[in-house]
Design a protein around this ligand. Structure first.
Ligand code: HEM
Length: 752
């Protein structure tokens, strides 16, 4: 690139190149099935002609090109990355060789003077930064939020105005696991959203569960130490099924509500796209007249709330530990842009901050939606994947204290501690105090602070008087009332300094019972199984016994079933059971939802014709994967999975177009899956696929010879199993059944 050219000319030249390469990429790549690693197909031969860096995939977005102080730079986002066709050092010096270090002779020692070697190795040596102390494992996406204007009377927050569009970046995460841990472990999921509003950045840092383990943030290090791997063995990774976790939650019984959510299907979501999000704490809305209400934030996924089944989650942890990350990336790439409605439950801002007997400052409590309906105030659509995971997803820094006029905090003692913790940890994680200047964290509102210097200072501040008041810089920057954040002048009543909770925080069980009683029978079965599994993995009887006592105080049937599984006596309750009104909104079962971005496997033989069905699946907004005996193409269609590489857990539904005979590689010594029991004449890996889909209550469809597989598996005519001669008609029925997520009626239940 010629540095003497004016910026606009350079910009145009780059855009031309980008367009040309994008056209070339479009010619080369099959567009429909997501997952291609780059925007252009590679050549077999090593490329020899220099080209400009290839453009990112069209499904990828990047942080807006803003200066460190929020000004729009207006250059194309790809200029934030590498430029030009020739290899250079970090100083822009062209290099002719990066494969050989400078040596005293070709068999001699490496010379210290090799500045390129030193720069390359030194930078590499420092590539890692500390992972987050919690929520280390995550995936992010760019999107846009559009306000409905329905919150206009409650809050002056500008981004909630009708039709107002605000860019967002979202990061979903697990809590306990390290950065490289599996996505589908049983855990709470983080759901953090950064709104780049005109009035400054607003962060809504929530979870996929509306309650938290503890009532007071001072216990946060304790619950996390208990959930993380044991300090002596560093086992187990990303799991709550171990002694220290259950030791803590059975001793701090306020954790029982959150623990029940974890043991429910909410702990193993099918997809980040299919999770609710909750702000957990109660926040305060302030309108233009200074009037306030208390609110709880909810994200409602347009695709509904859905989960894995436990065996599936465990298998995925091995088969595809990146399952949720991949699902989000692939859905966005295939055009199934995930959406959520943002809603609020609204409560009067009374001095006691209670609503119908529920303490709104207690983060272990919900307010049932039946008592305070969620009112929709906007919609978020995730439109682009990040271009660079480290730059965006890893370096994004959320903070509850990033507020805008019209949204304020409350005295929830968990929230209060969080207000301290996030910036504090980011000082270490992101290497100094200037992390808000990292591109993904740059506000889209003008920044005129008096913060100066520090590691990685990107701004070049002018002026001599970064203090207030001053006369040397003309008094700039001026504090103002105009559009500024005002701390709500809440009355803090005279009180003694104490280390204590209010009495209203003492009820640890009634809402856990409420949750249990709101579940459908199949969800209760899953909860029983989850407690039995988790406690069954604990070593010490005393811990199991203590947790059983908690279950006895929640529900006698739950306690008895888990105790039976553990081979222990069920204790009698020590608390009086309270009558609760179930909240149907808590159950995930019983509604019909869209299937956008769902994965459909199609098993086919060499001669089967599935082109029309494959097209129909694309047209329905889902992603078909052809599964065949070998890779390459079958009947002119690209094969995504072979019998050797496919596993049922990747698919939401399975279609059988043929009844493939054992392939040449169906040898147990080559592929242990081929050792599965199979009917004569059927490839055992196909039988295994069908069996697992059956076991995980997935819809199975078959036509033509595929129906023989149903017969051989003995499931013809069973619930959620569709057979027929017409492939398109079978697909239509399969799609309809998929709207229920799973074939829940396939298995009997023992509890009501
Ligand atoms: C006092 C209690 C809590 C403390 C001290 C705390 C502390 C932290 C810390 C230190 C991080 C790592 C942040 C970073 O490195 O950038 C974090 C991340 C996170 N926390 Fe908390 N947390 C608390 C409670 C909660 C609660 C109640 C929620 C949900 C409402 C929550 C949601 C999250 C999320 C979503 C992240 C990940 C943010 C991201 O994606 O970067 N935390 N928390």
């Amino acid at each position: 690139m010629d540095p003497s050219k004016p910026v606009k000319a350079v910009k145009n030249a780059v855009e031309d190149v980008v367009e040309n390469v994008a056209e070339k990429a479009a010619e080369l790549l099959p567009s429909e099935v997501p997952g291609s690693p780059g925007s252009a197909a590679p050549s077999v031969e090593r490329p020899t002609t220099p080209v400009e860096p290839l453009p990112p995939k069209t499904s990828q977005g990047a942080p807006d090109t803003r200066s460190a102080t929020g000004a729009q730079l207006g250059c194309p986002a790809h200029l934030l990355g590498q430029q030009g066709e020739y290899l250079t050092t970090a100083q822009g010096l062209r290099l002719r060789d990066t494969d050989h270090s400078l040596k005293a002779g070709d068999r001699g020692p490496v010379l210290l003077q090799d500045h390129h070697l030193r720069e390359k190795i030194t930078h590499f040596d420092h590539e890692r930064i500390p992972e987050r102390v919690v929520h280390a494992r995550g995936a992010g996406a760019h999107g846009v939020f559009e306000g409905y204007g329905t919150a206009g009377e409650l809050t002056m927050a500008g981004f909630l105005a009708e039709g107002k569009q605000t860019p967002v970046f979202v990061r979903f995460s697990t809590v306990l696991g390290s950065r490289g841990s599996a996505d589908t472990v049983r855990d709470t999921r983080g759901f953090a959203t950064k709104f780049y509003t005109d009035e400054g950045t607003f962060d809504l840092v929530g979870n996929n569960m509306p309650v938290f383990f503890i009532q007071d943030g001072i216990k946060f290090p304790d619950i996390i130490h208990a959930g993380k791997p044991h300090p002596d063995t560093e086992i187990p990774q990303a799991q709550s099924a171990h002694d220290t976790f259950w030791d803590f939650v059975s001793l701090h019984t306020e954790a029982q509500h959150h623990t029940m959510w974890n043991m429910s299907d909410r702990g193993i979501p099918r997809s980040y796209r299919m999770m609710e999000g909750f702000g957990v704490h109660t926040f305060r809305f302030v309108n233009a007249a200074g009037e306030t209400v208390l609110v709880k934030f909810h994200w409602k996924p347009v695709l509904g709330v859905h989960s894995l089944v436990w065996e599936e989650a465990q298998m995925i942890s091995g088969m595809d530990p990146d399952f949720h990350r991949r699902d989000l990336y692939n859905a966005i790439e295939s055009g199934a842009h995930p959406q959520w409605e943002l809603g609020v439950q609204v409560f009067p801002d009374t001095p006691d901050q209670m609503f119908e007997g529920i303490d709104l400052l207690d983060p272990t409590k919900i307010v049932p939606e039946e008592a305070a309906p969620v009112q929709a105030i906007g919609r978020m659509t995730l439109t682009h994947n990040p271009r660079n995971f480290f730059a965006e997803t890893e370096q994004v820094a959320f903070h509850l204290g990033n507020l805008v006029p019209g949204i304020d905090v409350t005295n929830d003692p968990l929230l209060q501690v969080r207000l301290f913790s996030y910036v504090d940890t980011q000082l270490t994680r992101l290497g100094g105090p200037n992390f808000s200047q990292i591109p993904i964290n740059r506000p889209h509102a003008p920044v005129n602070d008096m913060l100066r210097d520090g590691f990685h200072q990107d701004a070049v501040h002018a002026g001599v008087a970064p203090y207030q008041p001053n006369s040397l810089d003309g008094g700039n920057p001026f504090p103002t009332e105009d559009g500024s954040f005002v701390d709500t002048p809440v009355v803090v009543s005279e009180a003694r300094k104490v280390r204590a909770n209010p009495v209203s925080f003492e009820d640890h069980f009634s809402q856990v019972t409420l949750f249990w009683q709101s579940m459908s029978a199949v969800e209760k079965e899953h909860i029983i199984r989850a407690y039995t599994f988790e406690l069954g993995k604990c070593f010490h009887e005393a811990i199991k016994q203590r947790q059983l006592q908690c279950l006895a105080n929640i529900d006698p049937v739950l306690c008895q079933e888990v105790a039976t599984g553990l081979g222990m006596p069920a204790p009698a309750p020590t608390l009086e059971t309270v009558a609760v009104e179930p909240s149907p909104a808590l159950s995930q079962v019983g509604q019909v939802w869209p299937g956008d971005g769902r994965m459909v496997g199609i098993v086919m033989d060499d001669n089967d014709d599935v082109a029309a069905v494959r097209d129909a699946i694309f047209a329905a907004g889902m992603v078909p994967n052809i599964i065949a005996a070998h890779g390459g193409k079958v009947a002119g269609l690209p094969v995504q999975r072979t019998f050797a590489t496919a596993r049922s857990v990747e698919f939401d539904a399975l279609l059988l177009a043929g009844c493939p005979a054992p392939a040449p590689d169906a040898l147990p010594n080559r592929d242990a899956k081929a050792g599965a029991d199979a009917a004569p004449g059927l490839d055992p890996r196909v039988q295994l696929l069908v069996e697992e889909c059956w076991r995980h209550a997935k819809v199975i469809g078959a036509w033509g010879a595929g129906q023989q597989v149903l017969d051989l598996a003995g499931i013809t005519g069973a619930p959620g199993v569709v057979g027929g001669d017409d492939a398109t008609a079978v697909l239509a029925q399969v799609q309809e059944l998929m709207g229920n997520h799973r074939v829940w009626e396939r298995f009997p239940v023992s509890v009501t």
